[in-house]
Design a protein around this ligand. Structure first.
Ligand code: CP3
Length: 346
């Protein structure tokens, strides 16, 4: 069965709705925990054999319609020379945070020849997947990467980031422009090596007001999508808690918009650009509910998504939680396929 992902993102009719899950590879899978044991996260991300195996694990187990490249948004920063580590249970920690104009200017650029392993990993994965299952590449959006660099690690309130944004807007803009180039290069390498779609994650954009997002962030995310236009592959723009930002984010230039679980898909449908497909948006916490309670919620999202005529991809409204029962995502895949095929055949 050929994956309906790329046709759905092009707005074409499909026989059923495509489904994949953010963080489908990772700690919810026992086979992942086994393979990762003893290897630091960022070392695993630079090992093509591990990367290809981990990327394929959820495809085999859940029967999803796409693989997402196993990597991390901070991999290109590390490759460029930033001292960063992923601390388990916490997230990326930066040894020397960037807060001044001089520190921004000293941040190195990323060159494609610094990440030959990424091209090799993508080549291995696409060879294994064959033509039937597409590989989705990804990168962090400039604002989310900037927050890690400025705060020095995960932040609850992003206060240092916002302070720099309003007190030194030129320095902030220079940093985001540089991060846009780094993410573009990271994605360009993935797409040149065979990834057939990509998602830009702006996980922390939802902490911004719409005014600040439009004044300080939007143009830099747009620059990423613009720089990759020549690949002619579909793209998805996603952020958490971005209901208020959805129409602004939808103008950055992506093919589709990812919707967080707090937003009703019918509302999201009115906020994006005409002809723009939606992706989303089952609450990842609901995967802990008994199947009898979960199945109707899956069906409801499929029905709402299919009412959005521009195209729909089923996903969660954020990543799979680490303690999720690894049997549940596959049941959701089957249910999405069954319900959508019924609706589309009627
Ligand atoms: O399956 C997939 O979706 C692909 C892999 C993927 C990872 N990180 C692997 C990972 C993707 C797409 C990401 C993106 C990423 N990384 C984002 C954006 C998406 C989002 O969730 O909002 C962010 C903010 C990061 C930064 C990051 N990396 C965090 C916050 C963490 C969690 C730290 C923890 O231990 O809780 C990581 C580590 C990470 N990235 C893991 C995985 C599978 C866990 C590593 C482990 O196994 O210990």
């Amino acid at each position: 069965m050929t994956s309906p992902l790329l046709p759905a993102l092009r707005g074409e009719q499909t026989s059923h709705t495509p489904v994949w899950f953010m963080r489908q590879a990772g700690r919810s899978l026992p086979e992942y925990r086994e393979l990762r044991a003893g290897t630091a996260m960022l070392d695993a991300c630079r090992d093509p054999e591990l990367v290809s195996e981990i990327t394929l694990q959820p495809v085999r187990r859940h029967g999803v319609d796409a693989a997402i490249f196993f990597s991390d948004i901070v991999v290109p920063l590390q490759a460029a020379g930033v001292d960063v580590e992923i601390v388990p249970g916490r997230g990326p920690v930066i040894a020397n945070p960037i807060r001044s104009r001089a520190e921004v200017d000293a941040l190195p650029e990323l060159e494609p020849d610094m990440i030959p392993d990424i091209a090799e990993s993508i080549g291995r994965v696409t060879a294994e997947l064959g033509r039937s299952t597409p590989l989705i590449g990804f990168a962090g959006a400039p604002f989310t990467l900037a927050s890690y660099l400025i705060e020095g690690g995960p932040s609850k309130n992003h206060e240092k980031t916002k302070s720099l944004m309003v007190s030194e807007p030129d320095t902030f803009s220079r940093l985001l422009a540089k991060l846009a180039r780094i993410s573009s290069t990271f994605l360009d390498v993935q797409l040149s090596a065979g990834a057939s779609a990509y998602q830009l994650f702006d996980s922390w954009a939802g902490y911004l007001s719409r005014r600040d997002y439009e004044a300080h962030v939007l143009e830099h995310s747009s620059a990423v999508f613009d720089s990759l236009g020549h690949h002619e592959v579909p793209s998805i723009h996603f952020g958490v808690q971005t209901g208020e930002l959805l129409s602004s984010m939808s103008r950055a230039g992506s093919t589709a918009v990812g919707v967080d679980f707090r937003v009703d898909l019918a509302d999201a449908s009115t906020r994006v650009q005409p002809g723009q497909p939606l992706q989303g948006n089952l609450d990842p916490a609901l995967l802990f509910a008994p199947w009898e309670a979960l199945a109707p919620r899956v069906e409801q999202i499929v029905r709402q998504g299919l009412e959005h005529e521009a195209g729909f991809v089923f996903n969660l409204g954020h990543g799979v939680l680490p303690d999720t029962d690894p049997e549940v995502p596959g049941k959701i895949v089957d249910e999405v396929h069954r319900v959508s095929a019924e609706i589309l055949a009627a």
